[in-house]
Design a protein around this ligand. Structure first.
Ligand code: FAD
Length: 383
């Protein structure tokens, strides 16, 4: 067992941290307050090789293993989980699906511009009546001649409003259940498609949208993977997204700890730094102990994924624990900063708002507990 990062991983960690400090943190507040996306940042991330970091070099990616990739996500999310998600999330979700399921022609068309940050591809599975239960989707895809006709709507889609393309999960035949599902990619300019920004409590410098499909006519060849395999293929992307989200949560928690230590040494009350009080030290110690432990769970899930080994319960444990840790750590960081922590003056309040969202996307904590239960007991509590 080797707990040491390789020289390359140390170098990557350093590059990503410097990027977070230099390119993200100084302008974050401005973009958060305006609720705007920093498109320059997405471009720079593309130039640096962060988008599609885990995708093969032949398609424009950086070809890194999962452990190295999560180290990068952790460092970038140290500045902003939202900006990391809106800049890199599509490379993870859409990129993974395309890599594993698309035809060679589709990979060559979509992956290089995605990795460069020139094109954004959202993935839309969740609907008003189908959240955790993806089998319940109602968006319909009907094959008429050489075209699919798509009707329905999708909710809470990352980068849905700014995407150039959308990969949609649709049902071709309700009687087949999940075996009737298909993934189809469509252009944002397709007549009948519309997107509406959905402002959430966090994600202030990001983009979440509800999408509407009204008789969208899509060429037959825009199917990604096989008809009937849509849900399994979407889950390939979601599995990778869970890992990167978990890494981002560790980054948020670490940031909360780092800023809390700094503040606790500077802020004086009762004639001494608040860090000198045992009750503040307990908060700092607890944050440190939890972050160090759960970080290893995330790295372990990445390691298993790198080896191609089963990792469902390990990744579910990582996602559940890291996202809830990010909420706890950011809450404690706000308490340590007092009223200043509730403002945007210090870089902790935005982690609190974002971390609550991290509990929900990529599967809620409850779903991950049920996955662990299923793996250990061999009993599926959901279906
Ligand atoms: C920031 C953000 C980004 C997102 N990005 C995308 C995206 O890019 N693409 C996309 O398709 N979707 C996206 N989503 C949607 C996300 O995947 C869903 O919100 C998530 O799957 C949960 O679905 P829901 O919100 O409908 O909650 P529901 O499934 O309705 O769940 C509500 C509550 O009930 C609990 N629950 C449900 N079933 C059970 C059960 N069997 N046992 C116990 N508890 C249960 C849940 O855990 C939760 O607490 C995003 C969401 C957020 C917040």
């Amino acid at each position: 067992m080797d707990f040491e990062l390789t020289d390359e991983q140390k170098m990557l960690k350093d590059v990503a941290r410097k990027f977070a400090e230099k390119e993200m943190l100084p302008t974050l507040r401005e973009f958060e307050l305006k609720r705007k996306i920093n498109f320059d940042l997405i471009k720079k991330m593309g130039e640096t090789g962060f988008i599609g970091i885990h995708l093969p070099k032949e398609y424009g990616g950086s070809g890194l293993d999962y452990v190295s990739s999560v180290i990068v996500w952790e460092q970038l999310s140290w500045a902003s989980w939202t900006q990391t998600l809106v800049s890199l999330g599509h490379g993870v979700l859409a990129g993974t699906i395309l890599l594993h399921c698309a035809s060679e022609e589709q990979k060559k068309k979509y992956l290089p511009p995605l990795c460069k940050g020139e094109k954004i591809i959202a993935v839309a599975t969740v609907e008003p009546n189908a959240g955790s239960d993806a089998r319940a989707i109602e968006t319909k895809a009907e094959l008429k001649g050489n075209y699919w006709i798509i009707n329905g709507s999708k909710n809470f889609i990352s980068a849905g409003n700014i995407a150039d393309y959308i990969i949609v999960l649709a049902q071709t035949d309700k009687s087949l259940g999940p075996k009737g599902m298909v993934l189809i990619i469509l252009d944002k300019d397709t007549p009948g498609f519309s997107a509406m920004r959905n402002d959430l409590i966090g994600d202030r410098a990001g983009d979440i949208a509800n999408l509407y499909f009204d008789d969208c006519k899509i060429p037959k060849e825009n199917v990604i993977g096989k008809v009937g395999r849509g849900l399994q293929n979407a889950l390939k992307g979601i599995d990778t997204a869970r890992l990167f989200i978990s890494a981002g949560c560790i980054g948020m928690a670490q940031s909360c700890l780092d800023w809390s230590i700094k503040y606790a040494k500077e802020r004086e009350q009762f004639g001494k730094p608040i860090g000198g009080f045992q009750l503040i030290q307990e908060k700092i110690a607890k944050m440190y102990a939890e972050i160090s432990s759960i970080r290893w769970q995330v790295y372990y899930a990445a390691y298993l994924k790198d080896k191609g080994l089963p990792h469902a319960k390990e990744l579910s444990a990582a996602k559940w624990l890291s996202s809830e840790l990010a909420v706890r750590a950011s809450e404690e960081a706000i308490r340590i900063h007092g009223a200043y922590g509730c403002s945007d003056e210090y870089p902790v309040a935005h982690h609190y708002l974002d971390s609550i969202l991290s509990n929900i996307l990529g599967g809620t904590s409850e779903m991950h507990k049920l996955t662990i239960g299923r793996e250990l007991l061999g009993i599926n509590a959901m279906y």
